[in-house]
Design a protein around this ligand. Structure first.
Ligand SMILES: [Zn+2]
Length: 345
């Protein structure tokens, strides 16, 4: 596979990363995904739940393969407008206050206004607060400081900000000359880019997989039920394309594709994992096998929903997951190689 498909995947991921989409607030990102696959000539539709289902073509409709990646991300929601005009927020998905502290945010009101602010420790000046270093960070000890002249709850409400408004953290996306990709929410927008890279490869080469192949870009993965619906008739296997774990005790690096053997939801299908390993070997992909200690995936939600399928999980290695994440274009390339091998195209 030409390296240009990895370049394309990263380019598309960077575009998608600029569209704010915390879980539950994904309409614009889903529209972007719909447009991106449609532009490559594939039939896509927005599901009732708000995800995007794409038909990537292929023959055998009775032994179809479903690839799943998610475009929802972590974020926060306004939980309380305080008397002093600051906002207490509640996490969306597994967002951590330790990681969001001092990050710029955008607050989206229901009327469509967007206000800037920052998540700060309460009483954040080190020259004033003697407990700065000892305070445990949580969403009760941090708050959003709006960059507006607000000194009371009435001032904030006058802007149109209300409980339930969505708080989006700046992804701070950067691609370095050395090929590293740094951003919040590479989990899992990098994988959406990878599936777009695969779609472009299929289109450019007129590739016809033996099996029918569908992609489902889900929108509630971070709260556990993203992959629970919209499984087309005839699907016998589902593979999550989601971030691979990088850290102490796991083998994968950011430059590799991770093939997950087991996570918190138990073992992946022995048969599917075996075929993923075979595909990696055939395509010369640099891969690592890993057991993830704290992880759940879309395809486990697909199984939990009662679907009779075999399941697997692969993804480009991502360090500092659910924080300021880092991956590498070679991890993207290796992921594409495994998918190409699995589809036998
Ligand atoms: Zn994910």
């Amino acid at each position: 596979m030409d390296h240009k498909y990895a370049d394309f995947a990263v380019e598309k991921a960077v575009e998608l990363l600029s569209v704010d989409s915390p879980t539950g607030f994904t309409e614009r990102a889903a529209k972007w995904v719909y447009d991106a696959f449609s532009a490559l000539g594939f039939e896509a539709r927005i599901t009732k739940k708000g995800g995007v289902l794409i038909d990537l073509g292929g023959e055998d409709e009775d032994d179809a393969l479903l690839l799943e990646a998610h475009t929802d991300t972590l974020g926060a929601m306004v939980a309380e407008i305080k008397d002093n005009g600051r906002l207490r927020v509640a996490q969306l998905g597994g967002m951590r206050a330790e990681n969001g502290e001092a990050e710029n945010v955008r607050v989206y009101t229901r009327a469509g206004k967007i206000y800037e602010g920052t998540l700060q420790l309460i009483n954040a000046s080190v020259h004033v607060n003697g407990d700065y270093g000892d305070t445990k960070r949580s969403f009760d000890t941090t708050e959003v400081v709006l960059d507006e002249d607000v000194g009371s709850a009435e001032d904030v409400r006058a802007l149109g900000v209300e409980v339930g408004d969505v708080v989006c953290f700046d992804p701070r996306t950067r691609v370095t000359k050395s090929g590293y990709i740094k951003s919040r929410f590479l989990d899992d927008k990098l994988s959406v880019g990878i599936l777009l890279g695969l779609a472009k490869y299929i289109r450019d080469n007129g590739a016809a997989p033996k099996r029918r192949v569908y992609a489902h870009i889900t929108v509630y993965e971070e709260v556990g039920h993203g992959g629970a619906g919209s499984v087309p008739q005839g699907v016998t296997e589902a593979i999550s394309v989601d971030m691979g774990c990088v850290g102490e005790g796991v083998q994968c690096t950011e430059k590799q594709v991770s093939i997950c053997v087991m996570d918190s939801g138990g073992p992946y299908s022995y048969a599917v994992v075996g075929k993923l390993i075979d595909a990696a070997k055939r395509e010369g992909a640099d891969y690592a096998l890993d057991v993830y200690p704290h992880y759940g995936s879309d395809v486990e939600a697909t199984l939990d929903a009662g679907n009779d399928i075999r399941h697997g999980l692969i993804g480009s290695g991502v360090y500092a997951s659910h924080g300021y994440e880092r991956s590498h274009i070679e991890g993207v390339y290796n992921s594409l190689k495994v998918l190409k091998g699995y589809l036998e195209i």
